[in-house]
Each structure stands twice: as C-alpha cells, then as structure tokens.
Design a protein around this ligand. Structure first.
Ligand SMILES: Nc1nc2c(c(=O)[nH]1)N[C@H]1C(S)=C(S)[C@@H](COP(=O)(O)O)O[C@H]1N2
Ligand SMILES: [Mo]
Length: 319
C-alpha cells in the first residue's frame, strides 16, 4: 500500500508552483497522508480506510501555497468541545457521533425555507478542493485541504429576503455520544454567526471532506464551515440548522466571554486577545516548541479578498 517516492526531494522543490500543484502535488500529498496514517492509532486507521472518497476539483485561486498540515495532525489535534476539552479528546470520542440520518434546516428570513438531507447537500454543487489556512485564537495554525463548496450555493437555494442581514449556525447536540455537553464552558448547542455579506463571500465554505475523503467526525462530519480569515472558532462543526436573521445573534463564545470573543473574530495580529497576543502563531506538525514563531497575517493572509468588507469599521472595537 505504501509506495516510497524514489527521491526524497519534494516536487515543490524542483518545479514552479502551479505546475506541481495539481496532479503531482496530489500524489505527494496522498503519499504523505498514507505515511502519517502508519503512525496513527488503529481506530483512526480504520475510520480513514472506511471513509468514502470525496475528491474535489482543485481551485487555485482559493488555495494557499503553504505546505498542507499532515492528515495525522489535522485529525488528532482538534477543538470540538462537545467531545471534551483536550486536543486528543475529539479523535478518541467522536467515532460515536451518529452522522446518518442527517438533515440541515435552512430557515428564517427566506422565501423558500426548508430542510436539506445530507445526501442532497453532497450533490448540490460540484465539490472543490481548496487549501485554506486555519488560525486558532489559541495561537496555533494549520493548512488544510478542505473539500466542499461555497456556502452561498446553499443559501441561494432558500431565496434570502431583504431582511436577512445575519446568518446563524447551530451545531448538533447528541446527549448519547457527546460527553462534553456535561461541561458548562459553553451554552450548548454551539452556535456561531456571520454577517450576510460574509456568509455570501465565495471564500466562506461548506465543508464535507478533507484530504479527498469524507470528514472524520472529529473535524465536524458530516458538514462544517470553513471561514479562513476568521479565528477557528467561527468555523462551526456538524451543522444542523442555518437561520437567516435580521438582528445579529450572540454566539456561544460571545455569551461565555464577551470581552474575549466578539462577533467578528477576524484574524488580526494587531488586536490582542485579552489573555494572549495574536501577533504570532505556531504551525502544527511543522514548528516545534523551539522553532521561532511565525508572524500572523492580517485577515489570516486573505486581506486582498476580504478587507473591503470591513471598510470604515474600527477593528479594535469590532473584534
Ligand atoms: N461544534 C463545534 N464546532 C467547533 C468547535 C467546537 O468546540 N464545537 N471548535 C472550534 C474551534 S475553536 C476551532 S479552532 C476549529 C477547529 O477545527 P479542526 O478541529 O477541524 O481543526 O473548530 C471550531 N468549530
Ligand atoms: Mo480555535
């Protein structure tokens, strides 16, 4: 099953980008994922082996050139508080999450509100592979090849009314499978929200897979958000309800600690979290404890695409 590359030199080192992205990169990445797999636990290997293929067409304009974080790290270093607070808890416990049957209701300020079955959502738009950065407010980051499509593809289906100014996302609560729900750190269910123009931005992605396969449960199966210019907590996992609203809702994190977590949560190295600087970050799977930290980029490096959304907004006040 493991095919060793004949040379240890990565394609990225010998060909210009854009050429090596595409097929050769895909092959190198698959090999890296397979190698990472050899080191993961049996259960994880089992889940990965059983997961269905979910390929996506590579979209260069939504793909950063940073080296993707190994699958081993993407699937074992997680925040999914419903399954526990430690980074390893989700991988250990989320196998029990029931991801079928699964429906997502899209309701509120919409001309045609309705529920969507997960199998319908999987066919709603062509699957794309986009390599996004993910920056957690805790100071670490990853680079992840997500598979999915723009959230706007789904929202347009329900015909948002002129009153739809905000979009609220509610994630699943399964008492039987989620030991973390006993913890009072957050007001469950986990909810998040975006302004309508943020939700309709093409970068805002509805994600069904990673590394060419369906999402592992710990990463938010069967579908989650990826909003790459915002701190990771905005990217809610295992979505069950999407609500179009006229007024801005308060998210779980805003309720838990309003002075620490605001509505916008745009990645911004100039605005420190009250307990941590946001100026630098450590790349999981690449930077060791002793490596120099990397500078965090404004809007997580997506300023060209999204800065215009916030013209005239005081980003210190609107954190
Ligand atoms: N339902 C739910 N979604 C969630 C979280 C959570 O605890 N529960 N954690 C968030 C945080 S803080 C981060 S950094 C990302 C992590 O996504 P990943 O584990 O796929 O890297 O998920 C976000 N989505
Ligand atoms: Mo996070």
């Amino acid at each position: 099953m493991l095919i060793r590359p004949s040379s240890p030199i990565l394609p990225s080192e010998i060909t210009p980008e854009g050429v090596w992205r595409s097929r050769r990169e895909w092959m190198a990445r698959s090999a890296a994922a397979a190698a990472a797999l050899g080191m993961a636990g049996w259960a994880q290997r089992q889940a990965w082996a059983e997961a269905g293929a979910l390929p996506g067409k590579s979209v260069p304009e939504f793909t950063v050139s940073d080296k993707p974080t190994p699958f081993k790290d993407v699937s074992s270093y997680n925040n999914y508080y419903e399954f526990g607070l430690d980074k390893g808890d989700p991988q250990r416990a989320a196998g029990a999450l029931k991801t079928r049957p699964w429906t997502v209701s899209v309701e509120g300020e919409a001309g045609k509100p309705r529920s969507f079955d997960i199998d319908e959502l999987l066919k709603l738009a062509p699957m794309e592979e986009r390599v996004y950065r993910l920056r957690c407010v805790e100071g670490w980051s990853m680079v992840i090849p997500w598979v999915g499509y723009s959230l706007s593809r789904l929202l347009k289906q329900v015909e948002p009314t002129g009153n739809a100014k905000y979009v609220e996302f509610t994630t699943v609560t399964q008492r039987e499978t989620m030991p973390g729900l006993d913890s009072r750190v957050l007001d469950w269910p986990y909810t998040e929200a975006l302004r309508m123009d943020e939700a309709m931005h093409p970068l805002t992605m509805l994600v069904f897979g990673v590394y060419g396969k369906v999402l592992p449960n710990q990463n938010g199966a069967p579908l989650r958000l990826a909003v790459p210019w915002k701190y990771g907590f905005k990217s809610a996992k295992s979505l069950v309800r999407i609500r179009l609203l006229e007024q801005a809702p308060r998210s779980s994190w805003m309720k838990a600690a309003p002075q620490e977590y605001g509505f916008y949560a745009n990645v911004n190295p100039q605005v420190p979290h009250p307990r941590w600087s946001q100026a630098t970050e450590r790349r999981i799977g690449e930077d060791g404890i002793f490596s120099p930290k990397r500078p965090t980029l404004m809007f997580n490096g997506y300023a060209d695409q999204v800065a215009s959304l916030y013209q005239g907004l005081d980003l210190k006040q609107n954190y």
